[in-house]
Design a protein around this ligand. Structure first.
Ligand code: HMG
Length: 387
């Protein structure tokens, strides 16, 4: 009897979206009277995305997913998984709004996933399982987040926003995900957001230690399960709350795995995050978009990915870049999304930050600001309206 091989499963297409506005770290540092080197070098950040009043997790998610559907339609998509920690409802999935905005068929299951920044990877793993069971199906995964911290807190310069949509299929054109992955969970109080708060409670120093501990734990599990040694991985992508964290992480992992620390193994993956800020669930996948967009000879190369969600759940896994990846890239579109952002001054940014607190008790209409394909128009009878 001939051996039956399961098809490769992984990421077939991928697109990034971000907000209408941007704030430079130079402006933020000047307003606070601190050395901009702390942000540029110490955190590894140049600027961060700031949402317009008529943008939210839903509009960013729909904007990221639209190019995927324009390229290959909706055939085969029976599942939409939306990962976020900046959701807009405690019961209804933000994905249901996205499902309507995108005109997806009714024969699609829709669900929202939450575990801080890790949820995008949870969605990817669920999607891989669905496709492995029925290779005719495709799963639309969207990681979408707006990272907000309290004004004047230590976390403030690590805000940001991004959405990354990807299509998980059999025989993927971009990244075939290897079957072995390493996971690590521990109940840690490093970052959480109680139901009565719109910004997180954070122990920043603990969060960095917890992230590095989790990286070690996930990588050791990966190795114990027969994962490839680090020497066989050519590029590394890390969850990037700020890009300097990826540098710390890679140094830590290189030390654990006995390889030399080589900044070239992470450099391309940092390019977008330096300008987006923390995209929470989208951050790791914005790193993947940046890597693919900035290197031309990755075909056949193995990439290691580390996903970390405070609280804390993490995963280390690998994938192989596929020969056709260059044709599916969106280099110009991603550059345009970043370059088109309208800069705001610090006073405007602070006013936008405060206006995002608005609840659902009163009806309101929002002025049209965003140029994105979808917008949040306001609230009527406690219902969010999207156009
Ligand atoms: P801080 O205390 O303001 O900064 O907070 P610092 O004093 O630690 O300085 C940061 C770095 O800048 C240091 O370098 C300084 O030396 C350097 P390091 O010690 O790390 O090598 N520095 C300078 N460099 C050059 N020129 C200068 C200068 N001055 C100082 N003039 C912190 C930093 C990250 C803690 C804060 O921003 C924070 O709390 N951020 C939010 C939490 C966070 O991002 N944690 C990361 C790990 S947890 C995670 O990734 C999960 C998360 O995404 C949430 C989720 O899962 O949903 C956050």
């Amino acid at each position: 009897m001939s051996e039956v091989h399961a098809p490769a499963v992984g990421i077939h297409d991928l697109a990034l979206a971000t907000t209408h506005h941007v704030l430079t770290h130079e402006a933020l540092a000047a307003a606070k009277g601190i050395d901009p080197g702390k942000y540029r070098v110490g955190l590894g950040q140049d600027e961060f995305s700031v949402a317009a009043p008529d943008e939210d997790t839903v509009t960013l998610a729909a904007a990221a997913a639209l190019p995927l559907l324009e390229r290959s339609g909706t055939d085969g998509i029976r599942t939409l998984l939306l990962a976020t920690e900046s959701g807009i409802d405690q019961a209804k999935s933000a994905g249901v709004f996205v499902h309507r905005l995108l005109g997806l068929p009714s024969a699609v299951r829709v669900v929202e996933l939450k575990q801080a920044c890790y949820a995008g990877t949870a969605a990817l793993q669920l999607a891989l399982g669905i496709v492995a069971r029925d290779p005719a199906q495709k799963v639309l995964v969207i990681a979408s987040d707006i990272a907000r911290y309290d004004l004047d807190s230590a976390g403030e310069p690590t805000q940001g926003a991004a959405a990354v949509a990807f299509l998980v299929t059999a025989d993927p054109a971009i990244l075939a995900i290897d079957p072995v992955s390493g996971v690590h969970s521990a109940d840690v109080g490093d970052f959480w957001r109680p139901n009565d708060r719109s910004t997180p409670v954070v122990d920043g120093k603990l969060s960095i230690r917890a992230y590095l501990d989790a990286l070690g734990g996930a990588w050791r599990d990966h190795q114990a399960r027969g994962g490839v040694p680090l020497a066989e991985v050519s590029r590394f992508l890390y969850h990037q709350p700020f890009t300097r964290m990826a540098e710390k992480a890679h140094k830590h992992l290189a030390g654990l795995g006995g390889i030399a620390y080589d900044p070239a193994q992470i450099a391309s993956g940092l390019v977008y995050n330096r300008r987006l800020g923390n995209g929470y669930t989208a951050s790791l996948y914005a790193g993947l978009a940046a890597l693919l967009d900035h290197e031309d000879d990755l075909a056949g190369q193995r990439v290691g990915l580390f996903s970390y969600g405070s609280g804390a759940v993490s995963e280390f896994f690998t994938g192989v870049v596929q020969p056709g990846y260059r044709e599916r890239r969106r280099v110009a579109e991603h550059a345009a999304a970043l370059d088109a952002r309208v800069p705001v001054d610090v006073a405007t940014y602070r006013a936008l930050h405060a206006s995002a607190e608005r609840g659902s008790a009163e009806d309101y209409e929002l002025p049209r600001v965003t140029r994105a394909p979808f917008r949040f128009a306001g609230v009527t009878a406690r219902t969010r309206r999207y156009e």
